[in-house]
Design a binder for this molecule. Structure first.
Ligand SMILES: [Zn+2]
Length: 153
């Protein structure tokens, strides 16, 4: 994992190799309050049938500068992420902070990485991301990711 502070590497229950911050502290310090504010704003706008174009592009800026929390289990040679598999599709769960992470009540230790790295989790089986599934959630579908981050492919 890459530490959001100064870009050092760190592992679960170890200190960052660069800034020496302990794992638990790095995770606890992660917050994306502006992103959460946008989720609420977008929800209100959509309820009132208003355009969310501006908020969508603001969200893209927030995302590309983010290091969100992600439940990933890594075993010997495989990596698995928590997804929501329902009739709407297969979405990877992401969280803005530890408080939101804990609301989902999973036993997996939180990991984090810059958003560019998290984008690499997208493969053909995944329809997108869902952030903060247990509260004011925001769905980030593949179409949005392609428009802002993944180019024309
Ligand atoms: Zn660090």
């Amino acid at each position: 994992m890459i530490c959001p502070k100064y870009g050092g590497n760190f592992s679960i229950n170890q200190n960052c190799q660069k800034c020496n911050t302990p794992y638990s502290e790095i995770i606890a310090d992660i917050r994306h309050d502006e992103m959460k504010r946008l989720f609420i704003k977008m929800g209100e706008l959509m309820e009132n049938h208003k355009s969310i174009d501006i908020e969508e592009s603001l969200l893209a800026c927030e995302l590309i500068n983010s290091s969100l929390l992600v439940p990933i289990t890594i075993t010997d040679d495989s990596l698995s992420v928590l997804t929501t598999k329902d009739k709407k599709g297969n979405y990877i769960l992401l969280f803005t902070d530890k408080e939101e992470y804990d609301k989902n009540n999973n036993e997996i230790p939180a990991r984090t990485n810059p958003f560019r790295e998290i984008l690499n989790l997208m493969d053909e089986h995944v329809d997108g991301f869902i952030i903060n599934i247990a509260s004011v959630a925001c769905e980030i579908p593949r179409k949005y990711l392609e428009k802002y981050f993944l180019g024309d492919s």
